[in-house]
Ligand binder design. Structure first.
Ligand code: SF4
Ligand code: MG
Length: 336
């Protein structure tokens, strides 16, 4: 069956005094129902910009390319229609639930309001559905907790409440941007399990934005690694972890503690900083930080610095690198 969400050649450019800045450049991916795509990258990689673009929340940016949700093109859709889709078809959860929960209304009232708006439920039915939804996301004593205010909830409970609110409109697509970043490790694991369960039970398509590959390993089936607003590598999660092809992916993997070995070598952050979007290099955006390029021949190094590596498919993996790490991941023209 066709993917629920298909993004093709997506470019998001913000106007600045120095001209348009492309925060996302020529991005493509798709997500099926019942699957989770993890989008990974450092801050400034364009991952949050991508998630907002999918929901049509970039009012000041120029968005080009195509975002098709269940057969319907979203790019260029009037705000009124996008707004309706955001209610019924797609929902978003953020890192900070307090930014989406109103402090002056009880959690139950806020979720009930969603049921009323989206399904025209009566007051009593909406209230009952709100309590049920809170129960579904694992909030104990949901009838009592529904009468409490957001500040009376712990961080993890607030995140559950926000997920409950997102689910109240029964979306097909859930976009989660760093949903567990502010939480401690135990609560983080519980929230990820909840998202994975809902994805399966409800056949949701999930786009999970994170800087943390450990999070991706727990819930995603596919991973898109972004660097400098572009795809660095896109692969099924097992293949990517077992055998990364892009030097940046390798660097990210080296900087997360191994889940199966807590005593593993300490974190090694990738030296250097993300590329400037104001003055993008004509070559590979990762070139100034790339350990592979650093030890390559002069001609190879020049190619990395001067020529943008095209996205090349090798079975179910896409990689944008002139000198991929895997044997068998070919370059166009078979230079290696
Ligand atoms: Fe490194 Fe060159 Fe590959 Fe870019 S194209 S990731 S600089 S080896
Ligand atoms: Mg972000």
């Amino acid at each position: 069956d066709a993917p629920l969400l298909t993004v093709t050649d997506l470019t998001v450019a913000f106007p600045t005094r120095h001209g348009p800045v492309r925060a996302v450049d020529s991005l493509g991916f798709s997500v099926r129902r019942g699957r989770t795509l993890g989008i990974v990258g450092e801050s400034g990689s364009g991952k949050s910009v991508t998630s907002l673009a999918v929901l049509g929340l970039h009012t000041s940016a120029e968005v080009t390319g195509s975002i098709v949700l269940d057969g319907r093109e979203l790019v260029g859709l009037p705000e009124r229609e996008l707004n309706r889709l955001r209610g019924r078809r797609m929902a978003m959860i953020f890192q900070d639930p307090l930014s989406s929960l109103h402090p002056y209304y009880t959690v139950g009232e806020q979720i009930a309001e969603h049921h009323r708006v989206h399904f025209g439920s009566g007051r009593r039915a909406a209230r009952r559905r709100a309590v049920e939804t809170l129960g579904e996301v694992g909030i104990p004593e949901p009838a009592r907790r529904a009468g409490e205010y957001p500040h009376q909830f712990s961080g993890g409970m607030r995140q559950r409440a926000m997920i409950a609110m997102a689910l109240a409109c029964e979306p097909d697509l859930l976009v989660a941007d760093e949903p567990t970043t502010a939480l401690d490790v135990t609560v983080q694991a519980q929230i990820l399990e909840l998202i994975a369960r809902l994805q399966q039970e409800r056949g949701l398509a999930v786009v999970l934005i994170t800087h943390d590959l450990g999070v991706v390993a727990r819930v995603a089936q596919d991973v898109l690694v972004m660097y400098g607003g572009r795809v660095a590598e896109h692969a099924p999660v097992d293949a990517l972890f077992a055998d990364p092809a892009h030097p940046y992916t390798r660097g990210l993997l080296d900087s997360v503690p191994r889940l199966d070995d807590p005593d593993d070598a300490p974190l090694r952050a990738i030296p250097g900083s993300p590329p400037s979007l104001l003055a993008p290099s004509p070559g590979c955006p990762f070139a100034p930080r790339c350990p592979v390029a650093a030890t390559a021949t002069g001609a190879e190094r020049r190619r990395c610095a001067e020529t943008r590596p095209p996205l090349v498919r090798d079975r179910d993996r896409l990689t944008a690198c002139h000198l991929p790490l895997r044997s068998g991941a070919g370059t166009p023209g078979g230079a290696r």
